[in-house]
Design a protein. Sequence first.
Length: 625
Amino acid sequence: MTDLFNYRRRKSCTVNVGTTPLGGDNPIRVQSMTTTPTNDTAASVAQAERIIDAGGEYVRLTTQGIREAENMENIRSGLHADGYTAPIVADVHFNPNVADVAALYAEKVRINPGNYVDPARTFKSLEYTDDEYADELRKIEQRFIPFLKICRDNGTAVRIGVNHGSLSDRIMSRYGDTPEGIVESCMEFLRICRREDFNDVVISIKASNTVVMVRSVRLLVHAMEQEGMDYPLHLGVTEAGEGEDGRIKSAVGIGALLADGIGDTIRVSLSEEPEAEIPVAKHLVEYIAGRAGHTVIPGSEALQFDYLHPERRKTRAIGNIGGNNVPVVIANANGIKENIYTQGKGEESGDMMPDYVYVGQEMPAERIEGFKYIMDFDAFARLCGSADGAPEGIYPIFPHSAMPLISSVNAQQKFLVLQYGVPVEEYTACLKAHPEVVVVCMSSHRNRLGEQRALVHEMMNHGVENPVIFCQMYSHSQEEKGDFQLEAAADMGALMFDGLTDGIWLMNDGTLSAADIDATAFDILQAARLRTSKTEYISCPGCGRTLYDLRSTIARIKEATKHMKGLKIGIMGCIVNGPGEMADADYGYVGAGRGKISLYRGKECVLKNIPEEEAVERLLELIKK
């Protein structure tokens, strides 16, 4: 059972993967995947060594055929000859015979339940009787058990890796495109492993949609608990993209689960060189693991809260905050004359302009049209003077110690800073008497997520429906922008997926620019599918199956489409997860063969095998139509 308020690792069994076991009391492992052709031994060894030198503890390689599976032996020998003993992992799709061979040479083999025995997904609606469905399960068992015997005989671990984008038509026919279907796809294989007493099993459930990924993993943990299973978990957001967007999206999804103690190994999938993934993964793990042993938070879960099927908390709308409004962003003025927002609302940045600006004790000499300002309550009172009402577009913010003064300051909208631990009778009475108050939830606890959750659950238990904005405080320099982005995304992840977030306010005591701080807030909301402010790119990290220059293509497509707010564009190296992971994308660009590209509108392939040199322009033409 997940403790919402106190961090502790979920208990899992230990799985032996070569010389580097995972799960149990072992540290959370980090890993990556090569992008070299697996038949190129020298290139694969060199890239694997760069991943290991960066701190990677496992290296995965694509094994799309028997030749690639057999060459794992040469790659492992090359690594050992150079003094590298990190386990290598074979990644298998579509062909169980390849998995049998790979199990002879790799320390772990990943199989995908969606295409291990079931045929490739076609998105066709199929109907199965109960008997027909049972027959399909027997086919899986007949093929899977011999593979497990090979793994047992060779000391090879197995990863059952479910991808949202490659669920079989069989699973889709019974469960639909749902987290429940994703979990059942996994559980079918786990039940066979348990019956065969094969325990060196790791599980992953991945999706490019962070909401689907987090909900599915939560459901899987619950399903395993119900059936007495404790297998370790591999976490990742697939097709996360590149650069800051990819890092933030990964941290939102992975961080939300790590913060609840879920996860024994992680991979941050970026459309970059694979060794660049490792420092990101390591920082996430170290940041969350630093909460271990924190002071206990005596929170009480709200009766109406459902961790496995969360819905947005019911709140009363106050202006544009709460109710059915998208979460707002509050910015800090930080000497507003130097702030980017004094330059006005430019066309490109207009969708990422904050909803409110906090100015502290002093309003700027010139107010900018369209902005709403928040002031400290005493400064606001002075500004009001003897006037009957507050100046339009300016609102007070109160510390919790000033609650008795709330009634004495005029404003249709007010903000109250609260931390968990304030006497509950006092603040709940205040909020019920003041439906115009927005709560700003802060925490200085080592496990800020737990304390912020505890406050909102306490409000829910007392029938308080005032909206809540989460304020997160950091201390980073401009050079540490990446760390700031990862930490803020990880801290906000579970709060957003729990349905508790009506707004976000990021503060930083350091040299980070206001533009970077506030852009991060918008990117975090977009990564959790709560607010769209720019084009979204669902791009894979590439691997040995990729047959075109993925990174330069991503750059060209992004440059040509960056102004298309709200559009989702999938950019996939190959067909393995392409149509599925792009299922909610508007358009897709998928490698179809060497130098050939297929273009998708939604799930439908509309142009096949276009020469690579023409494909980007053809994609743009398709979008313009």
